[in-house]
Design a binder for this molecule. Sequence first.
Ligand code: HEC
Length: 108
Amino acid sequence: MKAALLLLLVACNGSDVAGGATDGPKVFASVCATCHGPAGKPTEAMVQRLGVRDLTAAEFRARVTSALVENQVRTGSKNKLMPAFEGALTDAQIKAVAAYVSSAKFPN
Ligand code: HEC
């Protein structure tokens, strides 16, 4: 019984791609920055290759909400170029990164 519980804990921890971090900036740095850039601005190569969106663009800042980011992170993009993170990130991590990306101080 104890062993099974331990295995479950290990399995859960292993599926957490952000390494247990629950603060927005840390989650962003570990899982979003690869494509979106460390400060939310993707490289030209990422834009060309995957059509990654600039999260600092005025057009995006004008319409961003925590719910928009949360939904995008949970389900990914329709064209699948952005993966769905539901299950790979915990609920707390998704909410934290959504609050961070939608906050006025992003990317600081
Ligand atoms: C594998 C690369 C990749 C990773 C990792 C990734 N994204 Fe994306 N993201 C994309 C792409 C590509 C798009 C544009 C999809 C489209 O064309 O619909 C996108 C779009 C978005 C949008 C929509 C912007 C808009 O204009 O409405 C948001 C918000 C977003 N990403 C946030 C995040 C967050 C937060 C994370 C980390 C949890 C993340 N992304 C991780 C590739 C990525």
